[in-house]
Design a protein around this ligand. Structure first.
Ligand SMILES: N[C@@H](CCC(=O)N[C@@H](CS)C(=O)NCC(=O)O)C(=O)O
Length: 213
C-alpha cells in the first residue's frame, strides 16, 4: 500500500495511526502542502484525490480519499485489531466521535480555509486566532462531555479505536495553534496516555521522513 500524506496533516496522522495499529506495511509518499504552491494541487495528485487534499491511500488498483473511509476500508479488508470494535451501537458511537473531530472541527481549521480567511476575507492574525479558538472550544467542550460518559483510558470503552486516532491528531493540531487545553482535563489525560502507545508514537509527525522540525 501507499499512503500519500504530509507530516503535520492531522488527517494523514489519523491514517498513519490506523495503519500502524493494524500492523500494516505501507510506503509513505510525502505531498508538500506549501511547496510549489501546494503539491496537493498538482494534476498528477488530483487524479488520485480530486479534492486536492491529503491523505490518499493506494492499495493496488483501489484508490481511497477521506481518512475515515480509509480506516473503515482497512478494517473491512485486513485482519488484525479492529479500529471499529464492538457492537453496531459501539461502532456508531466511535463513528460519531470521529466525525465530530474529523468532519465538524478539522475542516474549519484546514489550510485552505486559513488561506481563504487571510487572502479573500483579509482577516489578520488576531482574527484568525479568534476563529480557531472559537471552533476548537466548541468541539472540545462537546468531546469532554462525551469522554466523561464513554471514555477512560480510551475515547470509547475499553479498547483503542478510530476515535482515539482522531483525538490524537486533533489535539496535536490544537497544540500547534497554541489552544488552551486546561478546560478539558479528560481529553488531556486520554491524549497523554495515547501518545505512549507504540503505534501512536511511530505515527507522530516529527518521526516522518518529510518532517521539518
Ligand atoms: N476530510 C478529509 C480532510 C482532508 C484534509 O483536510 N487534509 C488537509 C491536511 S489535514 C489538506 O490536505 N489540506 C490542504 C489544503 O487545504 O490545501 C480527510 O479526513 O481525509
Amino acid at each position: 500500500m501507499e499512503l500519500y500524506g504530509y507530516w503535520r496533516s492531522s488527517a494523514s496522522y489519523r491514517v498513519r495511526i490506523g495503519l500502524n495499529f493494524k500492523r500494516l506495511n505501507y510506503q509513505y509518499r510525502p505531498v508538500h502542502l506549501l511547496r510549489d504552491g501546494g503539491q496537493q494541487h498538482q494534476q498528477a495528485y488530483r487524479q488520485l484525490n480530486p479534492n486536492g487534499l491529503v491523505p490518499t491511500l493506494v492499495d493496488g488498483k483501489t484508490v481511497i480519499h477521506q481518512s475515515l473511509a480509509i480506516m473503515e476500508y482497512l478494517d473491512e479488508t485486513y485482519q488484525g485489531p479492529l479500529l471499529l470494535p464492538g457492537t453496531a451501537a459501539d461502532r456508531a458511537q466511535i463513528r460519531a466521535m470521529s466525525l465530530d473531530l474529523a468532519s465538524e472541527l478539522q475542516p474549519l481549521i484546514n489550510l485552505r480555509v486559513q488561506q481563504y480567511l487571510s487572502a479573500t476575507l483579509a482577516l489578520d492574525d488576531e482574527a484568525k486566532k479568534a476563529w480557531l479558538v472559537h471552533w476548537f472550544a466548541r468541539a472540545f467542550a462537546s468531546l469532554e462531555l462525551q469522554l466523561r460518559d464513554h471514555g477512560s483510558t480510551y475515547c470509547y470503552g475499553k479498547q483503542f479505536s478510530m476515535a482515539d486516532a482522531c483525538l490524537v491528531a486533533q489535539v496535536y493540531s490544537a497544540e500547534r495553534f497554541a489552544i488552551d487545553l486546561t478546560p478539558y482535563p479528560r481529553l488531556q489525560a486520554i491524549y497523554a496516555g495515547l501518545l505512549e502507545l507504540p503505534w501512536v508514537a511511530a505515527a507522530h509527525p516529527n518521526k516522518q521522513v518529510d518532517a521539518e522540525n
